[in-house]
Design a binder for this molecule. Structure first.
Ligand code: PCO
Length: 221
C-alpha cells in the first residue's frame, strides 16, 4: 500500500503481492485519509442517475465505481467524474494471466471501506439474496467482509417492488447486515406512478456520510 505524504512523495507501507488496485497514491492528510467508497450500479433505468451519485461522493471520498453490463446501457460515461475509475465485467479477468496475479473482485473488496449499490435492480437483489455471483458486482458482494457496511438503494417497477419475492430477498440481505435506503413513490420510467423509484443521489450520499460520521473508520477523515 502506498501513502501520499502532504509533501507529495510516496511511501511503501507494505509489499503484499496482491495490492494492484490499491497501489495508487492515497489522499492522506495529517495521518488520516478519505473514506474509500465503492459505488456500484446494476441494471435499472435509475442508473441514469449514477454519474450524479458519483459526483455527490467524489469531493468527500475516494471513489471507485463498478457497473454491471445492464447498468452500462443507462450510464453516460462522459458525465462521470474525470479521475474516477469505472470497473466492468471486462476488467475482471483482462489483467489476469497466471496464478499469483491479482483478482479484481478481491482487490476491490479489500480496498473499499464501504460499498453502495445504487441502483439495486430486482435481478441483482435476487442474486445477492441467493448468494449468486456471476459478474464483478455480485462477486464483490459474495466476497464481502460484513464487518464493513453495504448500503443498497433499490429501483424497480412498483409491480416488482410489491412482488412477494422482494420481501423475501430484503429479509435475506437484512440478515447479512446490508442497509436499505428505501425507494420512493414517483413517476417511473414506464409512465406508471408508484413506489420503486431510487432514492435521490443526495439522500444516498447524506445517509452514507452521516453513518460514517457517527461510526468513523479508524484513520479516515
Ligand atoms: C422500471 N423501472 C424504473 C426504475 C425506478 N425508477 C426511478 C425513477 C427514474 C426517473 O426519476 C427512472 C430515475 O423513476 O428510479 O422506473 C420500470 S417502470
Amino acid at each position: 500500500m502506498m501513502w501520499l505524504r502532504p509533501s507529495g512523495c510516496y511511501v511503501m507501507a507494505s509489499a503484499e503481492p496482491s495490492d494492484a488496485v490499491i497501489r495508487e497514491p492515497m489522499q492522506v492528510i495529517n495521518g488520516t485519509r478519505k473514506p474509500r467508497i465503492l459505488l456500484a450500479a446494476s441494471g435499472s433505468v435509475a442508473a441514469i442517475k449514477f454519474a450524479n451519485l458519483c459526483s455527490c461522493f467524489s469531493d468527500w471520498a475516494e471513489v471507485k465505481a463498478v457497473a454491471t453490463q445492464a447498468a452500462l446501457h443507462f450510464i453516460d460515461q462522459a458525465s462521470l467524474p474525470k479521475d474516477m475509475v469505472l470497473y466492468t465485467d471486462e476488467h475482471e479477468w483482462s489483467n489476469w494471466s497466471k496464478i499469483g496475479d491479482t483478482v479484481l473482485h478481491i482487490e476491490l473488496r479489500r480496498w473499499a471501506d464501504v460499498m453502495v449499490i445504487a441502483p439495486l435492480s430486482a435481478n441483482t437483489l435476487g442474486k445477492i439474496a441467493g448468494g449468486l455471483c456471476d459478474n464483478l458486482l455480485t462477486s464483490i458482494v459474495r466476497a464481502w467482509d460484513y464487518e464493513k457496511p453495504i448500503f443498497v438503494a433499490p429501483a424497480m417497477n412498483t409491480f416488482m417492488w410489491t412482488n412477494p419475492f422482494t420481501e423475501r430477498h430484503l429479509m435475506s440481505i437484512d440478515e447479512l447486515g446490508i442497509t436499505l435506503i428505501p425507494p420512493v413513490s414517483k413517476r417511473l420510467a414506464c409512465g406508471d406512478y408508484g413506489n420503486g423509484a431510487m432514492a435521490e443521489p443526495s439522500l444516498i450520499f447524506s445517509t452514507v456520510r452521516l453513518f460514517l460520521e457517527s461510526q468513523p473508520i479508524a484513520g479516515t477523515t
